[in-house]
Design a protein around this ligand. Structure first.
Ligand code: URA
Length: 199
C-alpha cells in the first residue's frame, strides 16, 4: 500500500469513529492532514479552527495563511511539506485542546508520523512541542533543532511558535519568520550530519 493509501485508510478509520472520538459528531468533523506524502518535513499544529472545519483542511484560516506565506517566502514550498494537527477536530470557541483530547488523538497522530516517516518535524506551538520535548519552554527552545528518539526512531524536531501567536505580537512574528527560514538549512544539515546533536 502507498503512503497515500495508508493515510486515507487512517483518516477513514477516524471518520468511522465520529461520535466516539472527542469533538466529533459526524465524519466530516475529522480534519485530515494534507500535503506531500513523500515530504521530508512534517508540520504539526494544535487543532483545526472554524475555517479548517468548514473547508476540512488544516491551516487555511488566518494563521494558516500566514504559515503558508512565510514558508513560501522563506524557500520552503508548501507543496513539498505535509501539514497536520495534534487534535483532528475543532475545539469549541477555539479553546486549547484538553489532555484527554490530545490523548484520544495520539494513536492516530503516531500512525500518521509512522506512515510519513519525516526527517524533520516542525512543531507549531507548545502543545505539539510537548509531544516530543515535554519539559521545555517554547520561549527558550524555539528555532533550535533537537534530535529525539521517538518510537525507536531518530527524529529531528524544530519547535516554533504557533502562527496565531505570531499574529498577536511583533516580537513573536519576527521569531516565527526567522525560525521558518531555518528549515532549508536544517534539512541540509540533517542530510550531512545525521549522527550529531544540534542545539
Ligand atoms: N491552528 C492550528 O493549530 N491548526 C490548524 O489547522 C489551524 C489553526
Amino acid at each position: 500500500m502507498t503512503k497515500c493509501q495508508q493515510l486515507d485508510r487512517l483518516y477513514a478509520e477516524m471518520e468511522s469513529l465520529a461520535g466516539t472520538l472527542p469533538l466529533t459528531k459526524q465524519p466530516t468533523d475529522i480534519i485530515p492532514g494534507e500535503g506531500n506524502t513523500e515530504a521530508r518535513v512534517l508540520l504539526i499544529g494544535e487543532a483545526p479552527g472554524y475555517h479548517e472545519h468548514q473547508q476540512r483542511r488544516p491551516f487555511v484560516g488566518r494563521s494558516g495563511q500566514l504559515l503558508r506565506t512565510v514558508l513560501e517566502e522563506a524557500g520552503t514550498s508548501v507543496a513539498s511539506v505535509y501539514i497536520s494537527n495534534i487534535v483532528k477536530a475543532r475545539p469549541p470557541e477555539n479553546r486549547d485542546p484538553t489532555p484527554a483530547e490530545i490523548a484520544a488523538y495520539k494513536p492516530y497522530l503516531d500512525q500518521e508520523i509512522e506512515i510519513l516517516s519525516p526527517q524533520l518535524v516542525v512543531t507549531l506551538g507548545r502543545f505539539s512541542m510537548a509531544k516530543f520535548l515535554p519539559k521545555v519552554k517554547i520561549s527558550a527552545v524555539h528555532g533550535n533543532t533537537h534530535r529525539v528518539t521517538w518510537n525507536d526512531q531518530t527524529l529531528y524536531v524544530l519547535p516554533q511558535y504557533h502562527p496565531a501567536a505570531a499574529l498577536r505580537g511583533t516580537r513573536v512574528m519576527e521569531a516565527f519568520k526567522a525560525d521558518i527560514a531555518k528549515i532549508p538549512a536544517v534539512l541540509s544539515w540533517i542530510q550531512t550530519a545525521p549522527a550529531q546533536k544540534r542545539e
